[in-house]
Ligand binder design. Sequence first.
Ligand SMILES: [Zn+2]
Ligand SMILES: [Zn+2]
Length: 354
Amino acid sequence: MNETMNAAFLPGNSTVEMRTVPVPTPGHGEVLLRVKASTICGSDIRCIYHEHLGKGPEGYQGVIAGHEPCGQIVAEGPGCRRFKTGDRVIVYHISGCGVCNDCRRGYMISCTSEKYRRAYGWQRDGGMAEYMIAEEKDLIALPDELSFADGAQVACGFGTVYEGLEKIGIDGNHAVLITGLGPVGLATGALCRKLGANKIIGIDVVPERMKIALDMGLCDTVLQSGPDNVEEVKKLTGGYGVERAVDCSAHYAARATAIRATRKWGRIVFIGEGGKVEINPSPDMIHDQKTVYGSWVTSTWLMEELVERLVRWNLHPADIITHRFPLANAADAYALMASGKCGKVAVCQDEELV
Ligand SMILES: [Zn+2]
Ligand SMILES: [Zn+2]
């Protein structure tokens, strides 16, 4: 193995800086991964790429970028208990302390340790490099039936959606509204199909995304975002509205639409991050007995359950990847993702770069 590798950093002015850095050595309880696929998230663009906006858990510390990595173990440090060289693994993207209450529930995303909580690609080196170090406790086994690009999609996008959908419950009785058809919205459509939803309505503003949702069969109907959306959704659902709604947009108007286009006793989950919403609690929620859930990423155990389900459903998250780039062209990958004119964008190596 070489002693140095290429790695991508995000200086915060809508550019990518490639640097040559040493290939790291895994310490106790850590493994070294050959990164095979590393996808770009909306939060990378929102909080890091354009400018370093994030504070606390979203504060970027100038590390190697990329929090959605998937790869193969090429070396292990002392003290590893389960995973070994050759294993194919997904990295849960936040490394928690492991001993606070949130970590013990598997939700390392909300680890309460200021000292030990470090997210890959934010506060510790991430997946936009030839190799990366991960802690063994953060790994999820990648089944043989799934590709590395499938796995990278599980790391943040599909896992986050699955968690939100489990909270509100989706079945064959439900019409579902998805506001925002970026990669997370597309993943919502794909998972709702497998969970049995028989009518899926999407709303977005970007024509490329609306077309992807329809072409891939992830939505039955796609509406152009606008002031008539609530009425349009009701018209498509017997005049009542959907039973379930998922906001993936974080847009204030779309969030209000998600709530208002949901029928009595319905459930809404907010997944999209940032922004605001304004509603009138009595007519919009209280009188109609509605429940709004918030959902932040997922747990390690639910991620394990999801990869098992993906195999059972023959669902390949990599299908929503519309563009793949080699690491050397990471700048083009981030620029495309920032434009929004795409599905998911991945930086890939070896067999995943096809
Ligand atoms: Zn992400
Ligand atoms: Zn913790």
